[in-house]
Design a binder for this molecule. Sequence first.
Ligand code: SF4
Ligand code: SF4
Ligand code: SF4
Ligand code: FES
Length: 374
Amino acid sequence: MTKPISLIINGLPVQAPQGATILEAAQGAGIFIPTLCHCPDISSAGVCRLCLVKIARKKKLHPACHTPVPEGMEVITDDPEITRVRQVTLELILTDHDFNCLFCPKSGTCRLQQLVNQVGFDEDRFARLKRVAKDLPVDTSNPFFDFNPNKCIQCGICVRTCDEIAGVNALDMAYRGYDLKVSTFGDKPLKESVCVSCGECVERCPTAALVRKRIEHPTREVRTICAYCGVGCGLYLGVRGDTVVKARGDPANPVSRGELCVRGRFGYRFIHSLSRLEGPLVRAYDRIERVDSSGGRGKDGEPVTRPLVKQEGRFVEISWDQAINYVASTLSHYKGDQFAAMSSAKCTNEENYLFQKFVRTVMGTNNIDHCARL
Ligand code: SF4
Ligand code: SF4
Ligand code: SF4
Ligand code: FES
């Protein structure tokens, strides 16, 4: 294990791992430094300048997120001069921001809004600096989230996320000066870009520039595993009442480390779909007597909670025992290569193992495949 670095922050002795930045050293010691363009899981760009700190014997202020700590460094993270610089920086960021928190979908969870409260700003000075907010068109082409450039602070987090986390590079900074903005290739709508709608940029955007189309605030969260495929990404499902209203990645999950694809992040609405199947379906074109039917017909538009067989184009409810008897009696007519099976990524590894064992040893064939391989 390498020896930690010793430094002084605000007069207090602090230790930090080799290679740590001032920000990491301060956060490790429980010292708050405001940040806007920093995300712990992507590279630092040092563009917002809100994390500026003083270093002993250096004239300029330095960005804490972008400055590594050498042994013996002495840092000041907070004094009236630093606060004033941060306030002016924040005021400059806000000068052309579409600043209407009361009606903003991000209000309450917006990092910019939090910093305005934490760092504060001088209202008179801000009134002099304020420009008319841009009135750029909002890109609503993506089915899951919108991009509102009028709320964008050009922190570049989305660009770095799309490059370093998603590996897609759908976004970049385009144009120059006052016209600088986040853009897809050729400034096309997101839907026409290479974006795969993973939502990683939306998750990290500190403002309402990138926001989900549906915003409902959960009252509690349930930790679980995504049911869509065999990767097994960790999820927190946000629940309001009895309804799942949000999904976010579980950073502690060793498989996905907080990342999700479009299905895991935005595809949770199937859970409450009225046409969702909650029991197995047996597709049968035989006479219903064969499965000893005693059930009535399923009602259109109601969730299916029991096994069904299809007869003359309609599904008919039967019990689990009837369904299993039906499957067993039907399978007994086939063996060897007359039979093939497709397994599901929604099952557990153990269920898939048992299924292949059944197909190979009971049905006597290697004709088994799995949708995750496609
Ligand atoms: S993006 Fe944040 S700061 Fe801007 S209006 Fe919305 S809540 Fe307020
Ligand atoms: S869209 Fe969001 S993450 Fe991207 S640059 Fe603008 S504010 Fe930053
Ligand atoms: S949703 Fe994913 S692929 Fe699309 S721009 Fe954002 S990070 Fe890139
Ligand atoms: S957080 Fe350090 S420059 Fe933005």
